[in-house]
Write a protein that binds this ligand. Structure first.
Ligand code: ZN
Length: 207
């Protein structure tokens, strides 16, 4: 645990809070829910007892599945050297860098659904072209296995929920082989998001 002194946004009193910088989902699977419900990022003010959200750096690993997700809030970085994190053995891990809790939640949902995040980003890019809303952000919501569909939430430029959009499993299957061939640097936390997909398509058009 990491101790931090934070000012409450409600009563403006400074208080000491314990923040969790590291989480092993293999050992603590229930903590997944704490991320998905934001309770991991919620603290209570010791003065007025009201709750508020604190975004902090968090490394989530699954040592069994060899997965590492690094939440670096507001970070503009596209990749980060895993050896700078101070945790051994990350070289053989699948490493992802996210800047928001929405991004972190999406990665966890994708892991649970056993879906490849690179392929999902290519699907989103495809769907975004249909939406004709350049500011729209898509987040994976659910794999509807009965209907063979992938469901995405659509957020506007301010992050407000606008609706949802879906694609057939078939699109995912078609893009899977391509996406899995995209090389990622071993031992680096990489941002695999809509910008990643866009840059990938732009680079492959240039070749
Ligand atoms: Zn307070």
């Amino acid at each position: 645990m990491q101790e931090a002194t934070l000012a409450c946004p409600h009563c403006h009193q400074a208080g000491k809070h314990e923040l969790q910088p590291f989480l092993d989902l293999g050992k603590h699977p229930k903590q997944k829910l704490a991320i998905l419900t934001d309770s991991l990022f919620t603290v209570s003010c010791p003065s007025c007892a009201k709750q508020f959200t604190v975004l902090h750096e968090l490394l989530v690993v699954d040592e069994k599945q060899h997965i590492g997700l690094l939440l670096a809030p507001q970070s503009e970085a596209r990749e980060l050297d895993g050896s700078a994190i101070g945790k051994e053995g990350l070289q053989s891990y699948t490493l992802r860098l996210v800047a928001t809790t929405a991004g972190l939640k999406e990665k966890i949902l994708l892991l649970d659904s056993n879906l490849d995040d690179r392929t999902i980003e290519l699907c989103k890019l495809y769907l975004t072209m249909y939406l004709e809303k350049p500011d729209a952000q898509l987040y994976f919501a659910e794999h509807q296995t009965q209907a063979d569909k992938l469901l995405f939430s659509v957020l506007d430029g301010n992050g407000a929920l606008e609706g949802s959009i879906e694609c057939e499993d078939e699109l995912y299957e078609q893009l899977l082989t391509t996406a899995q061939q995209v090389p990622l640097k071993a031992g680096f936390f990489t941002a695999v998001d809509q910008r990643w997909a866009y840059e990938y398509i732009r680079n492959s058009a240039d070749r």
